[in-house]
Design a protein around this ligand. Structure first.
Ligand code: PBE
Length: 315
């Protein structure tokens, strides 16, 4: 054996000894480390994470900023001194958030109101409002521009007659959640409820291509009522324009005579500031729905029942 070879063999032997004595063999580390891994941390961390996800609140999921319920919620945050934020979104985005939270058993607070299909789709509850910030029962009114009655007496008459129940608006909202072709749903609902629709429709309602401009905000209840009235007018030969706008624009445009009417004024509470500002310049035609309500709404499994408990659950 040459000197070099002897050195190499010696080195190999030394390395082998070193590995055995220092515990660096391939098998060793797993055995030494594993128990450490399996111990404490895994068990303590996991429930904490789950609890954070399900069991805390940091925001109220709101809707469009022009909605009266957003102003009411800002007031509620002050009155109850709530340590939460208010997120702006839309009716559609808010209900999508609600759906996702419920699918994951998470806690969520939304700005909620009835009539709305979410109460049929999910198990929900209104939070109690001991300070009565959100007011009591409301009605939904149809509001027209000044002069509509003179310009289109039969259209005005239709609006005076238009009034429906929770079941009836509920059927349309339900169809709209199944299928987003709101125009087709309104046509179908009208065909299925011809007696009721006939009772609203005055003799001599005939459009001959005249234009009618309707405004709405894309709240589900407004989409239901507006599309039904629009379909009746279209069937009668009117050229109907339906324009979705912000709540403030809806009121101001009708007050200025830029649009003919809307079917979604929530009174006396939710749109109180709008009726104060524009009431003298519009015509309150009729009530089209009774028994509306707004408030803060949560899934039934959320462990608090009142707005004044929210702070106890804030993250
Ligand atoms: N809403 C639905 C509206 C009125 C209709 C309650 C979201 C609001 O202005 O708040």
């Amino acid at each position: 054996m040459s000197k070099n070879k002897l050195m190499i063999v010696t080195l190999i032997l030394l390395t082998a000894f070193a590995l055995v004595f220092t515990g660096c063999g391939a098998d060793e580390p797993a055995e030494v480390e594993e128990p450490v891994d399996v111990e404490e941390p895994a068990e303590t961390e996991e429930p904490a994470e789950v609890e954070e996800m399900e069991g805390s609140i940091s925001d109220i999921t709101g809707i469009d900023p022009g909605a009266g319920i957003m102003a009411a919620t800002e007031e509620a945050m002050e009155v109850y001194d709530l340590n939460v934020g208010l997120l702006e979104s839309s009716d559609a985005a808010m209900t999508a958030e609600l759906d996702a939270a419920i699918a994951n058993d998470e806690w969520i607070i939304v700005t909620g109101w009835s009539p709305h299909w979410k109460f049929a789709a999910f198990d929900l509850k209104y939070l109690e409002d001991p300070e009565e910030v959100y007011g009591g029962e409301e009605y939904i009114a149809t509001i027209a521009r000044q002069g509509l009655e003179e310009d289109h007496p039969e259209v005005f008459q239709l609006l005076e007659n238009f009034s429906w129940t929770d079941d009836e608006i509920g059927q349309v909202m339900d169809m709209n959640t199944q299928n987003s072709d709101f125009v087709a749903n309104a046509d179908q609902w009208i065909a299925d409820n011809s007696d009721l629709v006939d009772s609203w429709t005055p003799e001599g309602l005939e459009g001959n291509g005249e234009e009618i401009d309707i405004l709405l905000v894309e709240w589900d209840c407004a989409l239901a009522s507006t599309n039904v009235i629009a379909a009746i007018l279209r069937d009668a030969g009117f050229e109907v324009n339906m324009t979705p706008v912000d709540g403030g624009v809806m009121w101001s445009s009708i007050a200025e005579g830029d649009a003919d009417f809307m079917t979604t004024a929530w009174l006396p509470g939710t749109h109180a500031s709008y009726i104060d500002q524009f009431g003298d310049d519009v015509v309150e035609v009729a009530t089209n729905y009774e028994g509306a309500r707004i408030g803060l709404v949560v899934p039934s499994y959320v462990p608090f029942n009142s707005i004044d408990e929210i702070n106890d659950y804030v993250q």
